[in-house]
Design a protein around this ligand. Structure first.
Ligand code: PMT
Length: 220
């Protein structure tokens, strides 16, 4: 039997993209496949945790023993996360949430004409920042940072702004890292700086490393 460092713990994970409707046939989204979040869910469940995943639309199988709630928009993800926050010991936000959405969702398909089309976008709620504000001292909050430049600086800034305990930074410009791939290249930071720098490895192995670090922090 494998070691179960998260036995008895409740883990809430977000994964995949959100999609933000423009009209009945169009939406804004991103390239998240859900692979990173689902790998973490699988490893956390194997580590003995009771795992809930709040997932954007991805064609992945829910890992054994994991409870999944499917959402489409950032607003729906926020509702599902905040509903379960108080009852979670560990919160891991691997989803790629839309930062903006169309201010007005057209009820009928927008028709093409000869002119430019201008859409006004409004900000979505930053779910991670909300979690950071409400989080209790005995909860561990882990965020992700998808960066294209100055990775360490932006990641640590995000960790502090959003009240995270740990942040997993990936430079999504690197081959074999970030969106859609089976592998990732990440560095874990906390408020004191680098905790662990990992070479390219499968998302499954990244998840194992992350859960090990969380397990150590739980028992410190
Ligand atoms: O799904 P895959 O194809 O496997 O790809 C994995 C991944 C690249 C999506 C993943 O590794 C990753 O980096 N996830 C976070 C992507 C992201 O949106 O990063 P960000 O730097 O924009 O956001 C920082 C943090 O705030 C994230 O934890 C994000 O979930 C959260 N956030 C962002 C915006 C928002 N409105 N609400 C949020 O909670």
């Amino acid at each position: 039997m494998k070691k179960q460092p998260l036995r008895g713990k409740k883990v809430l994970i977000t994964a995949g993209p959100t999609i933000e409707p423009v009209d009945p046939v169009r939406f804004f989204s991103n390239h998240s496949s859900g692979k990173m979040g689902y790998a973490i869910a699988e490893v956390a469940a194997e580590a003995g945790a009771e795992v809930t995943i709040i997932s954007g639309p991805v064609p992945l199988q829910t890992p054994a023993g994991v409870e999944r709630f499917s959402i489409q928009t950032a607003e729906e993800m926020k509702e599902e996360v905040l509903k379960r926050l108080a009852d979670s010991d560990i919160i891991i936000k691997a989803a790629a949430v839309a930062d903006y959405r169309p201010k007005v969702v057209q009820t009928q398909k927008i028709k093409k004409n000869d002119h430019e089309l201008t859409l006004t976008l409004e900000k979505t709620t930053d779910i991670a920042a909300e979690v950071g504000k409400r989080k209790k001292a005995n909860q561990i909050f882990v965020g992700f940072a998808a960066e294209t430049n100055d990775v360490e600086k932006h990641a640590i800034d995000k960790l502090k702004r959003k009240g995270m305990d740990l942040i997993v930074a990936n430079d999504v410009t690197l081959e074999g890292a970030g969106f859609g791939t089976d592998t990732n290249i990440v560095t874990l930071y906390d408020a004191n700086g680098c905790v662990k720098q990992l070479p390219q490895m499968t998302k499954q192995k990244v998840a194992t490393e992350l859960i090990a670090v969380i397990g150590e922090r739980l028992h410190d």
